[in-house]
Design a binder for this molecule. Structure first.
Ligand code: SF4
Ligand code: SF4
Length: 160
């Protein structure tokens, strides 16, 4: 088992930096260094006041196979979530009241979480997994519209 930090939950109070016996939690990119993380240790998990760290297995069990039709439907849904996210961002930028802008923000988060679930269920996006790499490489290999953030996808590939 090795530790992973959920950046969205991390409040950066740094307790994990003090308790880690190997320095694995102290990295520049915010991710825990798996080469230094000890299998039997969970000091950072217990110390983190935000529940931002958990231990995950080295290898995940294989996913239950899904038919091509199901995967294709999930991919289509994921793409529609991209459009919904754009609409939610427009609400944040153009909302005529703080409530409307907050609603746009909440909608965007909800869309992101759902899109991640869909992508994971379609066989991609296990954190830092080979599936996530394969997904990004596939997107970059395929012809995409002008709005596709190719530079961001390449950058993500470099960081995984
Ligand atoms: S202890 Fe938790 S909240 Fe604090 S820096 Fe570490 S991961 Fe973030
Ligand atoms: S599980 Fe232990 S070794 Fe691994 S990052 Fe956390 S404190 Fe460091």
């Amino acid at each position: 088992m090795r530790a992973v930090r959920n950046i969205r939950l991390c409040t950066k109070d740094c307790l994990c930096l003090y308790v880690c016996p190997t320095g694995a939690t102290n990295t520049e990119n915010g991710q825990i260094d798996w080469d230094k993380c000890l299998d039997a240790c969970r000091a950072c998990v217990d110390a983190c006041p935000s529940g931002a760290i958990c231990k995950v297995p080295h290898n995940y069990p294989p996913q239950q196979p899904k038919t091509d039709a199901v995967i294709s439907a999930m991919n289509r849904l994921s793409r529609s979530k991209g459009k919904q996210r754009q609409a939610a961002r427009a609400m944040q930028a153009q909302g005529n009241s703080p409530i409307a802008r907050q609603l746009g923000q909440a909608l965007e988060m909800s869309v992101i979480v759902t899109a991640e679930d869909l992508a994971r269920e379609a066989g991609y996006m296990l954190p830092q997994s080979s599936e996530a790499r394969a997904f990004l490489e596939k997107l970059l290999d395929e012809e995409q519209g002008a709005e596709f953030p190719a530079d961001a996808a390449r950058e993500l590939l470099n960081r995984l």
